[in-house]
Design a protein around this ligand. Structure first.
Ligand code: T1G
Length: 613
């Protein structure tokens, strides 16, 4: 028996089966069982039907597919709950007169974990991941997570999980008191049914988390002050972590229903705020970036297991400490990746290329004379690889560029979460697909580009503007401070912005430059550079440019990336500022024609992406 809901969608979102007196309600909304309006209504209908059925004594909730539930449906955000709110659904589940057992495999995240918390008992597989990642979307858990989780695992551990957004696995969850039992992957449903059967046989009914305050540790002196201070330091500039702390604190100071209402008000206030809008943009942008419209879905992805480093730039780079330059940084990253063998030239002798899946060079010319495996990918990792090298020479269908973004201060590994993939004019689909697979295997966010790397080209424009500002009167320290206060990790800027070449022109007078002017000119010229790359077809989407800066150059997630920020501020204002700069500073500042066009039609970069999708 399935429920298709009143939305007119014939798509079945829950499947209810029965084993004896136990109802099994399976969430079936691939790919992640996101708690859309349809699924929320489906769960409500299924639980109410089982509760009303005199032949049923208990209910097991389980996820169909690869996980229990990936949370609320983020695509529905930005408007009030439709159908039934998630909090209202979870209160209904918790109020059920018959015991409800959550059987968790894969992921139980966000609203998915909150659904499990509203159940009366919980089983999971050891490898399951249970967490409240809402803070990474600029939100607080909005359906009771800040109230029920501390009642199960204690206030301090709940603060840690909710403020960091990091999940725990099944074993840790059991130790924390979040679960009643673990179950083997292949036997999860059967063990959950047996567990429910024992509840019935032993006469154990619903056990409601909201009724047990014994694990709350709100009396601990300094607990919340310490949490606030740590979050302010670790998540500088982010609003949601502090809001999470306030909601968890309410669990110990307000009656349950009032605390839930406070949590929901906080959730909706954050959802409407610029930071969460930016962080949700970043979430979807990273997933969009991996989609290359003209790449055939069946393009063969070769596994990359052996990598050779070619050319003098990379000799010994695999073991470099503070690896400088993209080639050496990428070599160091590859050498530390599980399952990869990295061979590097010993002295003048080239590495043995036999059986290598990928040959990495620091310069295009280092690939020319290589006798590599005809199937091997020939990759260049340089800020500005010689474009001809990607368009001429032997085996050019196997050539592409790779760039790992900038080193971030304090990063244990050189490089960021980014892997830019520069496709040449003739790069073969399977070579591009293999590089995308390599990025995923390295746990990196892939962005595919043409004509040059996005990050280095935009960074060059930003550095030139920083140099001009110093030339006009700002100090390098002032420029670095302004950009750091904005949230940009200073390392990528390498702000040694010495005065531009040559003496200042005769009559040149240095002047005081305000922080506002520094920030505005740096951001505006950066966005203009991005717009020029976009209009030249160098990036598939404006959001890809955001991903490069978010994942590769330390752009704060709560700002969503340079192009998202420009959309939020309005392109007509950007156009006018660039025009004014051009009047003073010369035609080099004139806005890109794409900015002129979008500004004239009242459009945004995001509209362009939607049109291209
Ligand atoms: N809502 C809508 N779509 C989602 C989604 C979600 N929660 N999670 C994933 N998707 C889409 C994703 O965009 C992609 O779409 C496809 O599913 C596969 O995702 C009230 C408010 C679960 C670990 O933050 O972390 O609950 O590109 O490529 O690598 O308190 O998705 O195919 O069109 O990422 O296997 C809280 C977010 C929400 C978890 C799976 N939950 N998702 O990773 O697949 S807020 C989250 C993830 C909330 C409540 C609050 C991951 C994943 P497309 P994918 P994956």
């Amino acid at each position: 028996m399935g429920s298709s809901n009143t939305l007119g969608s014939l798509r079945t979102v829950t499947e209810t089966r029965r084993v004896g007196a136990i109802a099994i309600v399976a969430l079936s909304a691939p790919p992640v069982n996101a708690l859309s309006e349809a699924l929320r209504l489906g769960i409500r209908d299924a639980v109410e039907a089982a509760e009303a059925d005199p032949e049923l004594s208990a209910i097991v909730l389980i996820g169909a597919g690869r996980m229990f539930c990936g949370g609320a449906d983020i695509t529905e955000f930005g408007r009030p709950w439709q159908g039934i709110g998630l909090g209202a659904l979870l209160d209904r589940v918790e109020d059920c007169a018959k015991p409800v057992v959550a059987a968790i495999h894969g992921m139980a995240l966000g609203g998915g974990l909150e659904l499990a918390l509203a159940c009366h008992y919980r089983l999971a597989t050891p490898a399951a991941r249970l967490g409240q990642p809402e803070v990474k979307l600029g939100l607080v858990p909005g359906a009771g997570g800040t109230q029920r989780l501390p009642r199960l695992v204690g206030t301090e551990k709940a603060l840690d999980m909710i403020v960091s957004g990091e999940p725990v696995d099944g074993r840790a969850a059991l130790d924390l008191g979040l679960l009643d039992a673990l179950a083997a992957e292949e036997g999860l449903e059967a063990e959950a049914v047996a567990f429910a059967g024992r509840l019935v046989a032993e006469g154990r009914g619903p056990r409601r988390v909201r009724e047990d305050d014994s694990r709350l540790e709100h009396g601990r002196i300094g607990l919340f002050a310490a949490a606030r201070e740590a979050a302010a330091r670790r998540y500088r500039g982010f609003e949601a972590p502090q809001a999470c702390i306030a909601c968890v604190e309410a669990a110990g100071t307000l009656p349950f229903a009032e605390a839930l209402a406070f949590e929901e008000r906080t959730f909706f206030a954050l959802m409407a705020g610029a930071q969460s809008i930016a962080q949700r943009h970043a979430f979807f942008a990273e997933r969009e970036a991996a989609k290359v419209p003209d790449l055939p879905a069946d393009a063969r992805r070769r596994p990359v297991r052996r990598v050779a480093l070619a050319g003098p730039d990379l000799a010994g780079a695999a073991f470099a400490g503070a690896a400088e330059g993209p080639g050496r940084r990428l070599a160091a990253i590859l050498s530390q990746a599980a399952g990869l063998t990295v061979l590097c030239a010993e002295g003048a002798a080239p590495p043995d290329l036999a059986g290598c899946d990928l040959v990495l060079a620091g310069q295009t010319r280092d690939l020319a004379s290589l006798e590599a495996d005809p199937e091997a990918i020939l990759a260049v990792a340089a800020d500005a690889p010689d474009p001809s090298g990607l368009a001429e020479g032997p085996r050019l269908e196997r050539v592409l560029g790779l760039h790992p973004g900038a080193p971030l201060p304090g990063s244990p590994l050189p490089g960021s979460r980014l892997l830019e993939i520069l496709r040449g004019p003739a790069t073969a689909p399977e070579v591009l697909a293999t590089a995308l697979g390599l990025a995923r295997g390295l746990g990196r966010v892939a962005v595919v580009t043409r004509g040059g790397f996005i990050g280095p080209r935009m960074l060059g424009r930003l550095r030139r503007e920083a140099g001009r500002l110093v030339h006009e009167g700002a100090s390098p320290e002032q420029v670095a401070r302004v950009l750091t206060e904005f949230g940009l990790a200073p390392a990528p800027l390498g702000l040694d912005a010495a005065l531009p070449e040559g003496e200042p022109a005769a009559g040149h007078h240095r002047r005081a430059v305000s922080d506002d002017e520094i920030l505005e000119r740096c951001l505006d010229t950066l966005v203009d550079a991005g717009a020029r790359i976009l209009e030249a077809g160098g990036a598939l989407r404006a959001s890809d440019i955001d991903v490069v800066w978010l994942a590769g150059y330390g752009w704060p997630a709560y700002r969503g990336g340079p192009m998202h920020g420009a959309d939020a501020q309005g392109l007509p204002a950007l156009r006018d500022r660039l025009r004014a700069l051009a009047d003073r500073g010369g035609p080099g500042y004139a806005p890109a024609s794409l900015i002129e066009r979008l500004a004239a039609e009242g459009g945004r970069f995001a509209d362009l992406d939607r049109r291209r999708a």
